[in-house]
Design a protein around this ligand. Structure first.
Ligand code: FES
Length: 293
């Protein structure tokens, strides 16, 4: 296919032909979203050093086929939008260098284990529903006022923070669910993303809903369905290690259920003596989102 002339004065991906080191065939999954059977379409992408798979898709869209649909936003591995199957593995397209794949054929498909909306765009609703189901926020049963109108900061030591900080790096890209063999066989399984976040809040000392969250994940499609394949951890682009979080969560649920163990809840730190608020510090803005009842 000959590249069409772009009307945009500034191309999204500028490929200087003198610096092209190979021509890569992109085999792209195409699905119209109307129920017609999906097909694969091939595009030739001039590739220079440093080009990512996302750059290749942007170049195709800008120069060869404007009808190609995919998601992307930050182009720097932060937003998680560009997750897709690349040569059979779930990855972030913006973090995958074409030349690192060591091949001249790159097959690009939507994430596995999700319905497909169009082309490379998966329906991520199941991911967000499962995430929401584990109540991924700090709860203080019986002490809601402190969350609504804080009188100070909750006390938490660096050691307590280290217990869960690794699991806060999740960017909700959905890659771990696409890699998980248990999600493939049980679509209702909560999955590595939600379970890792359940663990993250279960061990956060500021949270007081330890028992409630343990009960939430102790179900037929919950924490015990994980067979520790470890595929989620291998695929996670942020080093979150959801498989580790799930095993630690199993231990917490056992301790709660069988040993009746409780966890201490952080208190509000005493106000420092002799310290006053610096002048001219602006007040925080008013809430912009209404509270869910
Ligand atoms: Fe944001 Fe790839 S575009 S993670």
């Amino acid at each position: 296919m000959t590249p069409k002339k772009s009307s945009s004065p500034k191309p999204l991906v500028d490929v200087d032909m003198d610096r092209v080191v190979q021509h890569t065939t992109f085999r792209v999954f195409r699905y119209s979203g109307t129920g017609d059977p999906p097909t694969y379409k091939e595009y030739e992408v001039p590739t220079k050093r440093g080009m990512t798979v996302l750059d290749g898709l942007l170049w195709i869209k800008e120069n060869l086929d404007g009808s190609l649909a995919y998601r992307a936003s930050c182009r720097m591995g932060v937003c998680g939008s560009c997750a897709m199957m690349i040569n059979g593995k779930p990855r972030l397209a913006c973090q995958t260098q074409i030349l690192d794949l060591n091949t001249t054929v790159v097959t690009v498909e939507p994430l596995k284990n999700y319905p497909v909306i169009k082309d490379l765009v998966p329906e991520l609703e199941p991911l967000f529903e499962k995430h929401e189901a584990v109540k991924p926020y700090v709860m203080r049963p019986g002490d809601e006022q402190e969350l609504e109108n804080p009188s100070g900061e909750f006390e938490q030591s660096p050691e307590e923070l280290n217990e869960f900080i690794q699991f806060t790096y999740c960017i909700k890209c959905g890659i771990c669910l696409a890699a998980c063999p248990t999600v493939a066989s049980d679509p209702l399984f909560l999955g590595p993303q939600a379970l890792a976040q359940a663990y993250r809040y279960t061990v956060d000392t500021r949270d007081g809903a330890y028992a409630e969250r343990c009960d939430l994940v102790d179900s037929a499609h919950g924490v015990w369905r994980c067979h520790y394949a470890g595929a989620c951890t291998e695929a996670c682009p942020k080093g979150v290690d959801p498989a580790l979080a799930i095993q630690l969560l199993k231990k917490k649920v056992f301790q709660h259920r069988v040993l009746g163990k409780r966890r201490k809840v952080a208190r509000v730190a005493p106000k420092p003596v002799g310290v006053s608020r610096r002048p001219n510090i602006p007040e925080p803005p008013a809430r912009t989102v209404a509270k869910k009842e």
